[in-house]
Design a protein around this ligand. Structure first.
Ligand SMILES: *Cc1c(COP(=O)(O)O)cnc(C)c1O
Length: 428
């Protein structure tokens, strides 16, 4: 069966034919590809066509698909157990590895996804402060937690409106939404609602609505205001943790959060997330404290050993630095081509994350910097790339992921494909 036939079948048994919305190609149009196999930097469709993969499962695969060292760790645990539902040494090793390297993660708790990590951190922040409101930033994604599925309301500045059916107005009304890169609005919200705000949640590198790099001073000012106000600061590093630096954006910026959430890279491609931070806060989590949080498959040994093998390799082989070096060449080469051909597009990059941007801002930092036609423009580039054997995440608001498996040779082939595709789209 080809992809189209499989998608028709899928639509009969799953909403929209998928188990996570972006996979359905709705924002780029057409029928999604079905893949049967992946290796390193490549995906193989059921039709047997090979694609250079810049989606990399949306972030967990910093080493590429089926890295041999991770595969070995997984196959060795496979012969011992799949799940215990009891104490075991594997999660201890991963927890020690992380807490020994990241000083602001004094204690942590493993969960099964980024969403769960954020949801639990939020409950903890409310318990620790005795306050109910939270503040998030427009364009930051924190998983499908009810109170985070909100957008800026049209009425009173700061008050949120539900951004998904099924999220009640009561849930939305406890969330305040602030634009990115706008310290005045942030300070005003904190001054107006200060004593009610339990937690300020932030992607310190917003990478779920394009790539919106924030000024260091903005993040520093947020941290300072949180401290003055007694609101806890959550860095949601599900995408940036162990990717931008080992200690994520907190290390990159030199700003220490009270709580942090990780996922993606940390599980090496298996369903793993965690929340952690100050010991006094984490001690409030059950069974040592009153904040209930549990999971049948939490700290699943397969995910634990895959995560540890991934992080050890990232550290040992200086993967972050190496991808950054290759990424710089990728960025510079493509941007000088776009400039030379006078194409209205640029590649923005931070470490292993990149995003194609066609707007006016030097560095886009907030939703207002993204031009209206962005999605339409991306759609065309996406399909041309696909035609030429390169798979980008199927939405113009998702970032691209470089991995350790994207060798200079593969990147050079990818650049040829992107150049050709963009030229065809802009007909130069
Ligand atoms: C991906 C992501 C999440 C959600 O993680 P899931 O594992 O998909 O639930 C939360 N926050 C950020 C910053 C993310 O990038």
């Amino acid at each position: 069966m080809n992809s189209q036939e499989l998608f028709e079948r899928s639509q009969k048994v799953a909403p929209g034919g998928v188990h996570s919305p972006v996979r359905a190609f709705k924002s780029v149009g057409g029928s999604p590809l079905f893949f049967e196999r992946a290796e390193g930097a490549y995906l193989y469709s059921v039709e047997g066509k090979r694609y250079i993969d810049f989606c990399q499962s949306f972030g967990p695969l910093i080493l590429g698909h089926r890295d041999p060292d991770v595969a070995e760790a997984v196959s060795s645990i496979f012969h011992k157990a799949w799940t215990f539902g009891a104490c075991e040494p594997y999660s201890l090793e991963l927890a020690e590895w992380i807490t020994h390297r990241i000083p602001w993660v004094e204690k942590l708790r493993f969960v099964n996804s980024g969403t769960e990590a954020v949801m639990s951190a939020l409950r903890l922040a409310r318990a620790a402060t005795g306050r109910s409101k939270i503040l998030k930033f427009e364009g930051c994604y924190h998983g499908h937690v009810d109170s985070m599925l909100v957008k800026a309301g049209s009425g009173l500045a700061g008050l949120a409106a539900s951004d998904s059916a099924g999220v009640s107005q009561e849930q939305a009304s406890n969330t305040l939404v602030c634009p990115l890169d706008d310290i005045e609005s942030f300070n005003k919200l904190m001054d107006d609602f200060g004593s009610e705000i339990a937690m300020v949640a932030l992607e310190p590198l917003p990478a779920n609505f394009g790539l919106l790099q924030q000024k260091k001073e903005f993040i520093q000012a947020i941290a300072k205001k949180c401290k003055e106000n007694g609101s806890l600061l959550l860095f949601d590093e599900v995408i940036s943790g162990f990717r931008i630096k080992m200690g994520g954006m907190a290390e990159d910026l030199g700003v220490v959060p009270d709580l942090v959430t990780y996922g993606k890279v940390m599980g090496g491609g298996f369903p793993v997330g965690c929340y952690g931070g100050r010991e006094d806060l984490m001690n409030m989590v059950a069974p040592s404290g009153p904040v209930y949080q549990a999971g049948t498959l939490s700290a699943n040994p397969v995910g634990m050993v895959a995560g540890l093998a991934t992080l050890q390799k990232v550290e040992k082989e200086k993967v972050i630095k190496s991808i950054d070096g290759r990424g710089r060449e990728f960025e510079e080469d493509l941007n000088s081509f776009f400039e030379e051909k006078k194409l209205p597009i640029r590649l923005l990059r931070k470490g292993s994350l990149f995003w194609m941007y066609g707007g006016q801002a030097d560095t886009p930092r907030s939703l207002g910097d993204i031009p209206d036609g962005h999605g339409e423009q991306f759609k065309k580039i996406f399909h041309k790339c696909l035609e030429h054997g390169l798979y980008l995440a199927p939405s113009g608001y998702e970032v691209g992921f470089l991995s350790h498996a994207h060798t200079p040779e593969i990147l050079s082939e990818a650049m040829q494909i992107i150049k050709k595709s963009v030229e065809e789209v802009y007909e130069v």
